[in-house]
Design a protein around this ligand. Structure first.
Ligand SMILES: Cc1cn([C@H]2C[C@H](O)[C@@H](COP(=O)(O)OP(=O)(O)O[C@H]3O[C@H](C)C(=O)[C@H](O)[C@H]3O)O2)c(=O)[nH]c1=O
Length: 334
């Protein structure tokens, strides 16, 4: 049987790179839409032993360019739209760029999907759209609240995607992953921040707030969530949480990482890492029943044991990097 041709936008980003590898492994014909100025791939496209670059078709462009987006989609049956600006702190400084990339970029994808008659588009949302939980665990009916320009831009993009489903019957599914972690994540995110500081042998590591909670998804579970949404017709017109259903504070996360790395952890607050009080999302905990019941998806790294297992795999990956001290945050050259 002919392999389905799938376009992945943001294919060289953190989640996109893992998704690309898995789809190639499963025999899909993958076309990777990568930002031509991206710093996020960390040489991943060229990395051995996989040499993933030789297995996929690469289209370098900018999600903000409607012509490029449409040209990239030509001949594809499915679109997985992951390209997005994702850093919350940067969104305080450049909200307009987040509107352009996250809302306008998504509109470009939706218009091309509609005009080309693509059979399915999976749009990537985020748990940040819920803001601090008003009730727990958070199901898909929970109200939306833009606590940062980033989350407001993602709410806008989600609503645009749903409007295309309602207005034009565009076959849209919305996947809403909670915080994803794993190998290749940007040094900016909290788990790599903790791992890299512990690895450097510092007596005290610097963090922002320790009390906020998150529902951390290991990247392999997020990837299996994408594939479940992509392959199930029941997901069309639906919003689906992908989360482990396990809530943990940032302080507990630091303790768990130290344990799997065999280190002791002392934490000092770094004021610069604190977000404005009303902007910090204090509590996120996923209700994942819809994904389980509708798609038969389930996380393999759930609970404290699963979390530690994922953290160990992640820490090992970082520790095996030859140039860990130079491991960088994603830098947006926009
Ligand atoms: C980097 C850092 C973070 N934090 C706190 C701030 C947050 O309460 C929590 C998680 O921060 P992080 O930046 O790892 O992730 P989120 O801000 O929740 O956002 C991430 O997950 C969602 C779903 C997305 O949609 C975002 O795109 C993605 O960046 O740790 C600290 O306390 N110290 C630090 O040094």
């Amino acid at each position: 049987m002919r392999a389905k041709k799938v376009l992945i936008t943001g294919a060289d980003g953190f989640i996109g790179s893992h998704l690309t590898e898995e789809l190639v492994r499963q025999g899909y014909d993958v076309k990777a839409f990568v930002y031509y100025n991206s710093f996020n791939s960390w040489g991943w496209l060229d990395s051995s032993p996989d040499q993933i670059k030789n297995e996929i078709e690469i289209f370098a462009g900018d999600i903000r360019d409607p012509h490029g987006v449409k040209a990239a989609m030509n001949g594809c049956e499915i679109v997985l739209h992951l390209a997005s600006l994702i850093a919350i702190p940067y969104s305080y400084h450049s909200p307009d760029t987040y509107v352009d990339t996250n809302i306008k970029g998504t509109l470009n994808v939706l218009q091309a999907v509609r005009d080309l008659g693509i059979s399915k588009v999976v749009h990537t949302s985020t748990s940040e759209v819920y803001g601090t939980a008003k009730y727990i665990p958070i199901d898909e009916e929970h109200p939306l609240q833009g606590q940062s320009p980033y989350s407001a831009s993602k709410i806008g993009a989600d609503q645009m995607a749903l409007s295309f489903y309602r207005s034009f019957e565009t076959p849209v599914s919305i996947i809403r992953p909670f915080n994803t972690y794993g190998p290749r994540q940007s040094a900016r995110a909290v788990i790599p921040t903790i791992i890299t500081q512990l690895a450097s042998g510092k007596e005290k590591i610097k963090l922002g707030a320790l009390s906020p909670t998150r529902d951390f998804n290991y990247v392999k579970d997020t990837v299996s969530g994408f594939i479940a949404v992509m392959n199930n017709a029941k997901s069309i017109g639906e919003v689906i949480n992908i989360g482990s259903n396990y809530e943990v504070s940032i302080g507990e996360t630091a303790e768990a990482i130290a344990e799997v790395m065999g280190k002791k952890v002392k934490i000092e607050t770094d004021e610069i890492r604190l977000r404005p009080e009303k902007s910090e999302v204090e509590r996120l905990w996923a209700d994942n029943q819809k994904a389980r019941e509708l798609l038969g998806w389930e996380p393999l790294y759930g609970g404290m044991d699963g979390f530690k297992h994922g953290l160990k795999e992640t820490a090992d990956w970082f520790m095996n990097l030859k140039n860990l001290s130079q491991y960088k945050a994603d830098v947006y050259n926009i």
